[in-house]
Design a binder for this molecule. Structure first.
Ligand code: TRP
Length: 331
């Protein structure tokens, strides 16, 4: 069976974009592959979170993974920092990662622009740590979005370079993977781009949002003054809301509002009210599970311990072999 690895950064609450874009994919994959899903808390150190924020974010992501349907009996769910082997493999891979290629990575260039006051070596070697996460389990499939394509390419480069250096065929090549042909892109409520946390309050609907919050956010979503001619193409902010509806509402509901739009009879108030209610229906079971699981300290501890054991089993096997290949031998 092929091995799958994916990580989510531990930045706290998950939104509809995380859910429909990534987690639903994970939930499907866990039945068909040997899956490792982890919370990338080491990666999050590049931005220097406070210990309290770090801990509460990691815990929140774990709770929400479980609430969204990732099953610890099927997939291995773990917290990256619980597996020290990843840091060791990261060190070895760093020896074959070159400054030039790291500096050329798009995500590094973006980060320099975003946090010029904190351009640390961890940012530079972020792709090496990510390669360690993947190569650690000798995974071949990595369910991630388009923005991670370059990181995957670097993971292949580092794995292949290791293989070449030691004349071994040890690490397989990992490739980005998606279940559905067309990636679902979940737009935000601000009428501009995709749903994201950093795009400002109100742009993202979180899985943990209460029905009142969801109604408030959706009713405030940007719209225009309405279509003026029949079958007129939709401006981006309206198309975005229809795209959201496509994900959460029934086919009939979508068609109903499409037709009203095309006949210039749509009332955005009604449209948004329906959209909000359908988001509430879609998220309520998850929100309720989030609330339950968050209270269940013993369960969370058990999931964490169990996941760390399984992840370390796989990691220790790799590290033992890697050390031998490198030539570390006890005297
Ligand atoms: N870089 C990924 C992101 O920002 C998170 C991540 C870290 C990851 N390590 C990984 C994803 C390994 C897949 C595999 O989304």
């Amino acid at each position: 069976m092929e091995t799958v690895v994916s990580g989510i950064r531990s930045t706290g609450k998950l939104h509809l974009g995380n859910y429909y874009g990534a987690i639903q994919n994970f939930v499907k994959m866990q039945h068909e592959y040997n899956c490792f899903f982890f919370i990338a808390d080491l990666h999050s150190l590049t931005t220097h979170p406070t210990p309290t924020d770090l801990h509460s974010n990691v815990r929140q992501v774990l709770v929400e993974y479980l609430a969204a349907g990732i099953d610890p009996e099927k997939a291995t769910i773990y917290i990256q920092s619980e597996v020290p082997e990843v840091s060791e493999l990261y060190l070895y891979l760093n020896m074959n990662a070159y400054l030039g290629e790291l500096e050329r990575s798009t995500s590094f260039k973006d980060k320099i622009r975003a946090q010029p006051e904190n351009v640390n070596a961890g940012l530079l070697t972020y792709p090496v740590l990510m390669a360690a996460d993947i190569l650690m389990h000798r995974a071949t499939k990595v369910p991630v979005g388009k923005d991670q394509e370059q990181h995957l390419e670097m993971a292949r480069t580092f794995g292949n370079r290791f293989n070449r250096l030691y004349k071994q065929d040890y690490f397989p090549e990992p490739y980005a993977f998606n279940f559905s042909e067309n990636l679902v892109k979940i737009p935000g409520l601000d009428g501009k781009g995709k749903m994201g946390k950093s795009e400002g309050e109100g742009n993202a609907v979180f899985l943990s949002d209460s029905p009142e919050t969801i109604r408030k956010k959706v009713m405030r979503a940007v719209t225009d003054s309405g279509p003026t001619a029949e079958n007129q193409p939709k401006p981006t902010e309206i198309q975005n809301l229809f795209d959201l509806m496509k994900v959460v509402s029934s086919e009939d509901t979508l068609t109903y509002f499409e037709e009203l739009y095309n006949k210039c009879q749509i009332r955005y108030g009604d449209f948004k009210k329906q959209l909000a209610e359908d988001i509430i229906v879609a998220t309520t079971p998850i929100r309720e599970r989030i609330e339950d699981i968050a209270k269940n300290e013993a369960y969370l501890r058990q999931v964490n311990r169990f996941g760390a054991v399984k992840a370390r089993e796989s990691a220790q096997k790799t590290l033992k072999e890697v050390r031998e290949i490198i030539g570390f031998k006890r005297i």
